[in-house]
Design a protein. Structure first.
Length: 311
């Protein structure tokens, strides 16, 4: 393409922070032995996924975040990337220090639990003082419903600072993850999105198993955006044939190119930037008939506008 990319959905792998809340909660409820058995029985799925995409074996996170930063900078140069947006990175404090070291290249999001004590104040600190530019929430990982009235201070803080809010809905984790939760369906944010039209809500992975619900939600709420990140392997178990190209076409026809945002869900090395995801998405958009200006919106312009990068 004739412009540099912005990858809107990347995770900074920090040593000691690889364990996710879903794993912690499972171990607390059922024990570590059962968790290990569950993962062992699903290992063949992970191997099949890695083989299908040609991914190398994941390495442990670097001991020093500076080493990881250098590796990401090399990836950016190699793949013509203008900026990487890290939606997680150990903690708000850790990620803010990473961003401060490379502000011309990296952007970071706050990613604490909105139900934790003083969550709104923590978000205020992250945006106003720590230099973070958005907020990432994993809805199926929350201890309560995402439309709970108690979260209103969090939404007001996001509204005040005009930051994008990225919320994962749908299946959480790979095979052996979580498929049932009060917040599994993106329609759970319907009332919040309608009540806060000045907040741009980004729903990743094309809705992650709930494309119909997300299409309906985006149709009635002009502040709902869709993120394209990940392998989106969930299309394989839909009750009807579905491809990434068809998803692009559906969202393009429903909400236009102005609310589709490119991402990869890149995280670990030696895989680095997942070029395979980008190549497939670019090809699908071109074959769907999108012109150069529309491609620029999806692969750079839309997220740049939400983050006010041109100001």
């Amino acid at each position: 393409m004739e412009f540099k990319l912005i990858d809107s959905h990347v995770h900074f792998d920090v040593k000691g922070f690889a364990i996710v809340e879903i794993e912690k909660r499972y171990i607390e409820e059922y024990g570590k032995e059962k968790w290990l058995k569950l993962q062992a029985k699903n290992e063949y799925q992970s191997k099949k996924w890695a083989q299908a995409w040609g991914f190398p074996q994941r390495e442990p996170a670097d001991d020093d975040v500076k080493t990881t930063c250098v590796r990401w900078l090399e990836e950016m140069k190699k793949h013509n990337i203008e900026k990487l947006i890290f939606v997680t990175g150990g903690s708000n404090e850790i990620l803010s220090r990473i961003i401060a070291s490379y502000p011309e290249h990296f952007i970071g999001y706050a990613h604490h639990n909105p139900f934790e004590r003083a969550a709104a104040e923590k978000l205020e600190l992250a945006i106003a003082e720590q230099g973070l530019k958005g907020y990432k929430i994993i809805a199926p990982d929350l201890p309560g419903r995402i439309n709970d009235i108690s979260l209103e201070p969090v939404w007001k803080t996001a509204e005040k600072h005009q930051i994008p809010v990225l919320i994962h809905f749908g299946i959480l984790g790979a095979a052996g993850g979580l498929a049932s939760h009060a917040n599994i369906n993106p329609m759970m944010i319907h009332d919040v999105a309608r009540a806060h039209p000045d907040i741009s809500f980004i729903i990743p992975h094309f809705g992650c198993g709930y494309p119909q619900e997300l299409l309906q939600l985006a149709w009635v709420c002009p502040n709902i955006y869709v993120d394209t990140s990940g392998s989106n392997q969930w299309v394989r178990w839909m009750p009807y044939p579905l491809t990434i190209k068809e998803l692009f076409k559906k969202y393009y026809e429903t909400i236009g190119p102005e609310r589709i945002i490119f991402g990869t869900d890149s995280e670990w090395f030696p895989r680095g930037f997942v070029r395979q995801y980008y190549d497939e998405q670019r090809k699908d958009c071109i074959e769907a008939g999108m012109n150069q200006e529309e491609l620029k919106l999806i692969f750079r312009g839309n997220i740049a506008r939400l983050l006010r990068l041109e100001e």
